[in-house]
Write a protein that binds this ligand. Structure first.
Ligand SMILES: CC(C)(COP(=O)(O)OP(=O)(O)OC[C@H]1O[C@@H](n2cnc3c(N)ncnc32)[C@H](O)[C@@H]1OP(=O)(O)O)[C@@H](O)C(=O)NCCC(=O)NCCS
Length: 184
């Protein structure tokens, strides 16, 4: 990891709901993160959907990543996650997923699903680290490249054990970095 990245990781980190004013940065991160980025119009409507929760990670005062969670009935679905390439490897992706899982519990979800491209190793390792289990494969799901999607799920979030595991993961994240994350 480069020295600049280490320095940035030591700056304060905030997790908060995304605002319309964050859209420019979200669009820019999206463009650098996906082969077929979502359009600005789509992302803007996502931020305003009643059933969706978008969170951003702010480091050193700037938005460096975002995550989207759809909430349907008693289940959550992580529909997108991206971290600005200059700020990857600092733990922000992990923190955003933990924050989304906490948000899912708050709105009554016990399980959260997601899918990712079969060749996306960083995503696979991140989700595995956070307790997601592979539950299926959707052949040719991504129409731009024809790649398969891995379906993954974490359950039992709202149980005592689930909440404790999440809290422990959050505290471990903070302790490893000597940082306390502000949640707004
Ligand atoms: C996937 C992504 C969000 C990870 O964000 P990040 O902030 O760099 O990840 P973190 O620093 O929080 O890493 C957390 C864990 O993820 C895994 N991970 C992250 N980057 C990795 C890499 N390049 N190679 C292997 N594992 C990686 C590791 O398990 C890591 O834990 P560790 O540091 O204890 O080994 C980021 O790479 C990204 O934005 N990629 C492009 C968009 C994308 O693929 N989104 C996911 C769509 S499903």
């Amino acid at each position: 990891m480069c020295a600049a990245a280490v320095r940035k990781a030591e700056q304060p980190v905030t997790i908060r709901r995304a605002r319309d004013a964050d859209l420019d940065v979200i669009v820019a991160i999206e463009a650098q993160s996906f082969p077929t980025p979502w359009s600005r119009t789509l992302l803007a409507s996502e931020l305003d959907q009643p059933g969706s929760i978008y969170l951003v990670a702010v480091i050193g005062g700037a938005v460096a990543g975002f995550i989207g969670l759809w909430h349907v009935m008693d289940e959550g679905h992580i529909c997108t996650l991206a971290v600005d390439p200059d700020n990857r490897g600092l733990g922000l992706g992990e923190l955003l997923v933990l924050a989304a899982l906490n948000a899912a519990i708050e709105v009554g979800s016990d399980a959260v699903h997601l899918e990712y491209r079969v060749g996306n190793d960083p995503a696979a390792r991140l989700y595995e680290k956070l307790g997601f289990e592979r539950v299926g494969l959707r052949k040719g799901y991504y129409s731009d490249t024809g790649e398969d999607a891995v379906l993954a799920r974490v359950r039992g979030l709202s149980t005592g054990d689930g909440r404790s595991r999440l809290q422990a993961a959050w505290l471990r994240w903070e302790n490893e970095r000597g940082l306390q994350v502000a949640v707004e």
